[in-house]
Write a protein that binds this ligand. Structure first.
Ligand SMILES: Nc1ncnc2c1ncn2[C@@H]1O[C@H](COP(=O)(O)OP(=O)(O)OP(=O)(O)O)[C@@H](O)[C@H]1O
Ligand SMILES: [Mg+2]
Length: 278
């Protein structure tokens, strides 16, 4: 499959002179789910804002679907690569949830019927009908974030860039977002997921990109990544608890390789229990 995102020697220096990312080389294939991890201030948001043209490289290039973002407007790019802001207050601006959902499809030049269908599908999926006429700024912060995700979904972009979607969500909100990510996976969308939610990474990501001090220091699949303890320590990231448990039980209870998710760990433990019973 082709590269839908390609960064070559990308750097970004903010106007005040701070270098927030440097020397980034990265290729993302169509349909991949890529998690971007790293401590606060390591450059994650700065990096992903280049994927829909919100930021332009101060050095190097970024191509989205083969097109150099430096030559494109955010307006043109955002229909193709939708970015959900880390802080929904920086994204939402309409006076009702409905107007927020309609805004993108309207700008895409869709017919009234198509706009209505998109809004309905989105409101159904995210269960927004009961708040459809509310002012987004009157909603709780986590719900505002769901509305921000929904308004990007209504545009049906090919690439979804989600900046810490589960942060601050209660169990119900986090489950809604997990279900949404699984839907994107089924629909073979390309997803860039900035997150501190390690169980989510273990469950959904095809690849992990670890940032440290403005640079990418590791690109690996989650299984490889969560056992690179040196990088984990350097980036102050922790294994998901299920992974850590399975790691502790290796060679004593489990002998079948490390499991990453709760589901995998349960399966491995059940196998041991069944063997002992039989
Ligand atoms: N608009 C800006 N102007 C100047 N410096 C900025 C700006 N935005 C971010 N920075 C700085 O760039 C660095 C990287 O910030 P960025 O927001 O990309 O990090 P992050 O990894 O997303 O952090 P977090 O986990 O806290 O969201 C930080 O030191 C930050 O203070
Ligand atoms: Mg950030």
């Amino acid at each position: 499959m082709s590269n839908i995102i390609e960064c070559i020697n990308l750097s970004h220096v903010y106007p005040e002179g701070f270098t927030a990312i440097k020397g980034i080389n990265l290729k993302v294939k169509e349909g991949e789910i890529v998690a971007i991890l790293g401590q606060n201030g390591s450059g994650k948001t700065t990096l992903v804002k280049h994927f829909n043209g919100l930021l332009k490289p101060t050095n190097g290039t970024v191509s989205i679907n083969g097109i150099d973002t430096a030559k494109q407007t955010v307006f043109n790019l955002s229909s193709y690569a939708g970015y959900v802001f880390q802080n929904p207050n920086h994204q939402l601006f309409a006076t009702s949830v409905l107007a927020e959902l309609e805004f993108g499809p309207k700008n895409q030049g869709l017919s009234n019927d198509e706009i209505e269908a998109r809004v309905k599908e989105t409101a159904d999926f995210f269960q927004l009908h009961s708040i459809i006429n509310e002012h987004p700024l009157r909603l709780s912060f986590p719900l505002r974030k769901i509305v921000a995700i929904a308004s990007i979904y209504a545009m049906q972009p090919s690439i979804f860039i989600l900046d810490e979607p589960t942060t601050g969500q209660d169990h119900g909100g986090a489950e809604k977002i997990r279900k949404f990510l699984r839907k994107l996976q089924d629909d073979e969308k390309t997803v860039i997921l900035v997150t501190h939610d390690m169980p989510l990474v273990a469950e959904i990501a095809d690849r992990v990109i670890a940032m440290w001090s403005s640079e990418i220091i590791k690109i690996a699949n989650p299984r490889e990544f969560f056992f690179d303890l040196k990088t984990m320590e350097k980036t102050k990231l922790q294994q998901p608890q299920a992974t850590a448990l399975s790691n502790r039980l290796q060679n004593r209870v489990l002998n079948e390789g490390i499991t990453l998710t709760v589901q995998e760990t349960i399966k491995a433990l059940e196998k041991v229990v069944n063997q002992q019973i039989n």
